[in-house]
Design a protein around this ligand. Sequence first.
Ligand SMILES: [Zn+2]
Ligand SMILES: [Zn+2]
Ligand SMILES: [Zn+2]
Length: 273
Amino acid sequence: MKKFLKTGMALLLAISLAFGNAPAVFAVEGSTEDEAPGSCNNGEHYSTQEDTENVVSATCTTPGSYDIVVRCKECKAVISRQTVTTSPALGHTAGEAVKENEKAATCTEAGSYDNVVYCTVCKSELSREPVKVNALGHTAGAAVKENVTSAGGYDLVQYCTVCKAEIPGSRKSVSKSELKEQAITITKLSAIYKVTTVKKAAKFFSIGAKAKTSVKAKKISGSKKITVSSKGKVQIAKGTKKGTYTARVKLTANATSIYKTATKTVKVTVKVK
Ligand SMILES: [Zn+2]
Ligand SMILES: [Zn+2]
Ligand SMILES: [Zn+2]
């Protein structure tokens, strides 16, 4: 078997030498075709032409290049193909980081998002960084009364204004006798403005209501020219004509675990002259 192989190879070599026309070998970089010897004159090509093919522009990741193809002018057989690099790969161009997969944080649960950077040219993803957002925590509302008993006792409890959950640790049992009274005091209930100044802009003053706990104001009746904010700001509308305008305002001091609620209804008067 071994002897037979040797003999075969020797025979092939002998044939090649005898004909003296072994196919030419070209130095080809990145050759993509097996060059056929062609059919001119028993494999000899006398006249050749050079063509430029496969012109490719450089991208972020691949170089620019073209092929120089040498062909026989007669039979068009490809004799060589050489790839020439014109410029290296350009590299990516990072854009501004964008947020993706955003999960909003809630009162009790952390949120998250990915900071992602894309190439502005080829749009491929260059980096992705997960970011954690801390839980927001509850936003406590005003204390509310619950579970009133026949003896007058009750619970004071606060709820979250966002998720409505009971604020942990906010519930306090109160027996009626333990609660302290509180009174609402007021600094100003009337004002006089010149009609010429009211013509230019709305005018306002503060009732200045105070108590042991926070006080809220609410207009319950009166002139449409008068508005009252929850903080007790009394405003007379711009352009109000001469006259005397009044409104009734209810003031409420919050109940807490220490103080009873307190209310007071007052009359505010605005004179335009
Ligand atoms: Zn040819
Ligand atoms: Zn790119
Ligand atoms: Zn909450």
